[in-house]
Write a protein that binds this ligand. Structure first.
Ligand code: ZN
Length: 144
């Protein structure tokens, strides 16, 4: 797989469904702002957004705009198509990214546009916005 670029997963597999707790995240993404919900009462970040803070049970959320930088906490390389529609999008790299400035909160996303062999646990990444073919989705690429 050397030198193969990490692609985006198939858009046909992505359906955006929001509710009162997740809509602010996707609204900000449409403006190319990466945000995370922070509990107003205790400061705990929670991703994915939930109705109650797991630390103090508060429902008050402050949406904090982040730098868009982070660190790869974990990842995998999808190199085989389990469905025929995946073939053109291989390989892609699902990743868990620990977000800078978010108190250890992590976001499940993808690392894209870099050789898959270059991705490592601990790699510094920055957000890139994927607007093609549907709602804006935050993905990540290796930081300079
Ligand atoms: Zn709290």
């Amino acid at each position: 797989m050397t030198d193969l670029l990490a692609k985006r997963p198939p858009r046909a597999f992505f359906t955006l469904s929001t509710d009162a707790w997740t809509k602010p995240f996707w609204d900000a993404a449409a403006e190319h702002r990466l945000v995370a919900p922070r509990c107003v009462d205790c400061g705990h970040f929670r991703l994915p957004p939930t109705p109650f803070c797991p630390q103090c049970r508060s429902q008050k959320i402050d949406w904090v705009t982040l730098s868009g930088r982070g660190t790869v906490y974990s990842y995998t390389v999808v190199a085989r198509a389990v469905l025929p529609d995946m073939e053109a999008n291989l390989p892609y790299v699902p990743a868990i990214v620990e977000l800078e400035g978010a108190g250890g909160a992590r976001l499940i996303s993808n690392v894209v546009d870099v050789p898959v062999e270059a991705v490592r646990v601990g790699s510094a990444v920055r957000v890139v916005w994927d607007d093609e073919g549907g709602p804006t989705v935050p993905r990540f690429t290796l930081a300079d």
